[in-house]
Design a protein around this ligand. Structure first.
Ligand code: NAD
Length: 268
């Protein structure tokens, strides 16, 4: 008999389930009615019961590696470390499991390999899952042709060792691609080295602040005659990334091949 049956929840597993991001992701998946957490993988907590903060308790046991899973989830989410993620993604591609990846640091060689291997399932690699940050980049790109001067200030916690952030670089690349018309830097005298920040794509100045108490923040300042525009995004804690991760897990099946960045997922 045909009836109004609810659509099946997407089955999801998490690599790095005992890590800071992974445990938060497990909670977000459990709390979403359209997703079902069926696997948790983390060698750091192998054999232990999954520990997450969620509305519904979980009795999943953490597996040491994907090879130990008894059944295949439709989607695996990876928040681990670079080498671990390379191994996990090779496994996903081989098994035909979709991958949603937050682990950062992949190079062009990695992306090339993933494009060659993800033939039976899809892969999303998003260096920033905060939807507000994705929109900030999009708005900055839209604004770029209307302004001749722009500077990007990114502000992060004091454990971040690289600068500028990947999000700041990506923002500048998109603004530079959207407009070639940027005014030259007028500064001729530098009393303090680096006071004008670094010159990024198209000469857009980039400034990195590292400060205790902060998480991940960015402000894009644009100026033209008689007006300025400030576009600011603030991530206050890991929960800011969860709507993007959940969206990625729900939509990955509709995005063939390898997608870098969450941007195209926002439109369906
Ligand atoms: P973490 O060290 O707290 O957690 C990583 C976990 O991965 C650990 O529990 C570890 O035991 C586990 N692990 C190691 N090898 C594994 C393997 N082979 N299989 C499964 N699990 C394995 O790190 P974190 O703070 O949660 O960050 C994880 C990653 O997420 C980093 O690369 C970080 O840069 C990235 N990150 C991305 C975003 C984003 O929006 N894309 C946001 C925050 C953090």
């Amino acid at each position: 008999m045909l009836g109004n049956t609810a659509p099946m929840a997407v089955s999801v597993g998490v690599f790095g389930a005992a890590g800071r991001m992974g445990a938060t992701v497990c909670g977000a998946v459990i709390d979403d009615p359209d997703l079902e957490l069926v696997a948790a993988v983390d060698p750091g907590a192998a054999g232990e019961k999954l520990r997450v903060v969620s509305r519904v308790a979980s009795d999943l046991e953490v597996a040491a590696k994907a090879e130990h899973l008894e059944s295949l989830p439709a989607v695996m989410i990876d928040f681990t470390h670079l080498d671990a993620a390379r191994h996990n993604l090779a496994w996903c591609a081989e098994q035909g499991v979709h991958a949603v990846v937050g682990t950062t640091g992949f190079g062009d060689d990695d992306l090339e390999r993933f494009r060659a291997t993800f033939t039976r399932s899809n892969c999303l690699i998003a260096p920033n899952f905060a939807i507000g940050a994705i929109l900030m980049m999009r708005f900055a790109e839209m604004a770029a042709p209307w302004f001749e001067t722009a500077e990007i200030i990114e502000l992060h916690h004091d454990n971040k060792v690289d600068s500028p952030s990947g999000t700041a670089m990506r923002t500048a690349e998109r603004m530079a691609a959207a407009s070639p018309e940027w005014a030259a830097d007028p500064t001729t005298t530098h009393t303090v080295d680096g006071a004008r920040g670094g010159a990024g794509p198209a000469g857009i100045r980039m400034h990195a602040v590292r400060m205790r108490g902060m998480v991940a923040h960015q402000e894009v300042l644009l100026g033209t005659t008689g007006q300025t525009l400030s576009i600011r995004h603030d991530s206050y804690d890991r929960s800011s990334f969860m709507p993007g991760v959940v969206l990625g897990a729900k939509r990955i099946g509709d995005h063939p091949g390898v997608t870098v960045g969450l941007d195209s997922f926002l439109d369906g």
